[in-house]
Every structure is written in C-alpha cells, then in structure tokens.
Design a protein around this ligand. Structure first.
Ligand SMILES: [Zn+2]
Length: 458
C-alpha cells in the first residue's frame, strides 16, 4: 500500500512537476511574447497642435453661435467636426493680456501683463517653452502688435514671425512650414491674425453684401482705428458702418480659412493634429456705448469662440462656461505632456465626451476678467451670474446672463445676496493671486507715449 502509494505519489509528484513545468513554460512564453509585442509596438504617437487665434472675433457674430447673417460657413463647419465651446470666456478685452493668459494659463491678475508696456514675467513658463522642452518643434506666425516677441510671446519658439501681414500670407506661411517638417517630428504651430480687427479688411463684394445702410451714408473718417475711441462720440451710422464692415471682414477671413482647412484635410493632417480656433476678445459697436475694445467687460468683448478638432474628438457642443485660461492645461493634456501649469483646468474630459462634468449641486467655476488701461474694471462670472466692479468709482453691476445675455438690466440692487457673494469671490481672487511684480517693461515710457499719440490700435 505504502509502495503503491509511493509509486502513485511518485507519479503524482512527477505529474505535478510536469504541470508546473508546463505552466512555467507557458508563463515564460507569454512573458517573451509580451516583451516582443512591447518592443514591436511603437510608443503612442505624439500629436501636433495648430492654434489659430483670430484676434477680435466675438462669438455671437458667427452662425454656429447664433448669428443670423452668413459670416462664417467655414468656421461653423469646422466647429461641427469637433468640440465647440458655446460659452468660452476671455480674461481681458484686448490683445496683450488675453494672449498672455492663453500662453501661460494665468489670469491677468497673476501674470500682470495687462499694461501697454508690460512683458510676460520670465519666471512664468509659456506653452511654447514647455512643448519645446518636451520635444515639440515650435513655430509662431503672428501679425505683431501686442503679440510681438518683445512682450515675451516668442519665448520657446524656434521661429517667431511678428510682422504685419494679411491672413492669407499667414496661412500660406503655415502651409509651407507644415510641408517642410519631417512627419516624425511633432509640432506646435501658433497662428495669429488681426484680419477681423479694425479697419476690417474685406473684399469689395463682401463689403457690399453686408452693407445695411444706403450708399448715400458717407462717413468722413480718414482712419477710424487710429483714434482714441473713448474720446470720440461716434454717430449711430458710424457704429453701424463699423459693424457691417466687421461682418464683411469675418466673411472674408472665413473664406481664406477654407483653403487652409482643405489643405489640412488633403494631407490627412487632422488625423494626428489638434486644431484649435479661438479668439482673444471681441469688439463692441455701441451695445454699451463703447466702440472697438479694451475698455469694458461686457460679453461682446469677453464671449469668444473656442473650437477644438482632432483625433478622438467627437462632435459636441459644450454649454458649460469655460475660459481661455483653461486652454494651456487642456493643450498640455491633449498632447500628453505630463505637466501642471497655470491656474486653469483641463477641458479634455469635455473633449472625451464626459458630459456633464460638473454635478448639478457643485459650484460653477468662477472666471475673472480685467481692464487696466483707461478703465480699471474687474469682473467675475459664476454660472449665469456676472458682476462687474469699477475699482475707481466702486460701482457694481450685476447681470443674469441666462435671462439677459445682452446685459441690459443691472440687477445688483434686486439681488444683494448674489451681488455680495460674487464680490466676495472677486475680492478673494484679487487678494490671493497677484504676483506683485511685473515681468519687466517691453516698451520705454517714451515708446508708450509715441504709440498713444498714434492712437495705436490694441
Ligand atoms: Zn486682440
């Protein structure tokens, strides 16, 4: 019995060994296979990023954002291919501070680049710097002015063009750059244009088709953009003329953009490239008595388009308020660069279709904006509530953007609780976030005086 048991035990022992050997063999083979697979699989391809900043383009003048006139078939079609943020918020109503926020993910209160001569502090990393350090090729093609290299925008770019040029030239330069780059080198291409900025260049046909006043309305003004708008009382006819010309300029720019999108599609470029179309601020045409931009914080200046198209981004419209200040972290996350930068939040969860992100009971995210030259205004938006504070006069205005998107009715007196709550949120922001120091001067006081004398358009 014992012997039998021993023999049986021996056979069992041998069987166990055999099974163990087989298992080890299978595990070994699987391990080798996984290693082999791991070696043969190329790492996740690094995506490209193209950002087109259409300076001065207010959202509500685009068809997809509700405009009745046909200004933007190309931009609308582009938005329908990807994620269109219906309520994107600019942190400033003019070029320098807003682009500084796009490049740093910081509010103007923090990057302190919101005066005419200010420069982005060298201690603050820019998107181009971070991407270049992470291995991206980096190119900027801008129209200069307040996005010139001397304000700190060229930091991190291998090449940064900042000369006045038409949108078509900018897009052609972009094409040549894309064609010249090796396919295995990811790139970040930043394009900026003043093509819808005053004086609103447009083809004669578009000027004619968007004219809403009779030909007999002749407006005597040699160069309307080179005056200080706060010092001029523009007539209603003049404001309407600017507004019509603005629409015509958008339509002309939209047509030029069509050729560039077609070029990208022919190359299949958007299969591994994120294309972002945004603007730094809008323009006003007398909605609140102002003209052009820079001096107020109403929605005609702060509500901007934000469209993201690219691999894995399903068509969607995101109604949740977001900010340009969120762009930097979103771009880093999209490109899988593992860096936390700036104050903004990543919007990639929206792009991946995780809606709604914010639970209904949660606080909405607060977005801030400011002016610093000419007027000293600060605003905070929290959901549909928006408060504007004049630091010099102490005047407070409160608007319910849900019921009153045109900000016609100040409800500060009727809703004191909301007013005080938003004031508290704003004051916390103002106290908490100031860097305290400016990043240096891009312009000497004499140069600023020169620009002011020229009425330099912002
Ligand atoms: Zn601008």
């Amino acid at each position: 019995m014992i012997a039998d048991r021993g023999r049986r035990g021996g056979r069992e022992y041998g069987g166990v060994l055999l099974r163990a050997g087989l298992i080890y063999f299978l595990f070994g083979a699987l391990f080798v296979l996984l290693i082999a697979l791991g070696c043969s699989q190329s790492p996740e391809p690094r995506r490209n990023l193209i950002v087109i900043s259409m300076d001065t383009l207010r959202a509500d003048r685009l068809g997809s954002y509700g405009y009745a006139r046909s200004t933007s078939p190309t931009i609308d079609a582009l938005g329908a291919r990807g994620a269109r943020f219906a309520r994107a918020h600019s942190p400033a109503p003019w070029t320098l501070p807003s682009h500084a926020s796009i490049f740093t993910g910081l509010t103007p209160q923090v990057h302190a680049t919101h005066g005419w001569g200010d420069k982005i502090p060298s201690s603050v990393p820019t998107l181009a710097e971070l991407l270049r350090n992470a291995g991206w090729r980096t190119f900027g093609h801008t129209t200069g002015g307040f996005v010139s290299g001397r304000y700190g925008f060229s930091r991190g770019f291998e090449e940064y063009v900042d000369k006045l040029s038409g949108f078509k030239m900018t897009l052609n330069a972009a094409r040549r750059k894309i064609e010249s780059l090796p396919a295995d080198e990811p790139y970040f291409l930043f394009l900026q244009t003043f093509t819808v900025h005053c004086p609103y260049p447009a083809s004669p046909a578009h000027r004619a088709s968007f004219r809403s006043q009779p030909e007999s309305v002749v407006i005597e003004m040699a160069s309307p953009c080179t005056v200080r708008p706060l010092e001029i009382n523009f007539s209603e006819a003049q404001k309407r003329l600017f507004s019509d010309r603005y629409d015509a300029a958008i339509r002309s720019a939209d047509e030029q953009l069509a050729g560039f999108i077609e070029f990208l599609d022919q190359r299949g470029e958007l299969e591994d490239t994120y294309l972002v179309l945004l603007s730094d601020h809008g323009d006003e045409f007398g909605e609140h008595d102002g003209i052009f931009h820079g001096h107020t914080l109403y929605e005609e200046l702060l509500h901007v388009p934000l469209i993201v198209v690219g691999p894995g981004i399903e068509p969607s419209v995101i109604e949740e308020p977001v900010g340009l200040v969120d762009f930097m972290q979103t771009a880093l996350d999209l490109l899988q660069v593992n860096i936390q930068a700036g104050e903004g939040r990543s919007l990639t969860r929206y792009l991946e279709g995780e809606l709604p992100w914010r639970a209904p009971a949660q606080e909405p995210v607060a977005y801030f904006a400011s002016t610093e030259e000419g007027t000293k205004l600060r605003s905070v938006s929290l959901g549909n509530d928006k408060l504007i504070l004049d630091l010099e006069t102490g005047q407070v205005q409160l608007f319910d953007l849900g019921k009153d998107p045109g900000e016609r009715l100040d409800v500060a007196a009727e809703r004191p609780f909301t007013r005080d709550r938003l004031l508290l949120v704003l004051n916390r922001h103002l106290e908490r976030t100031s860097l305290g120091e400016k990043g240096g001067r891009a312009l000497s006081p004499e140069q600023i005086e020169e620009l002011e004398a020229l009425g330099y358009a912002r």
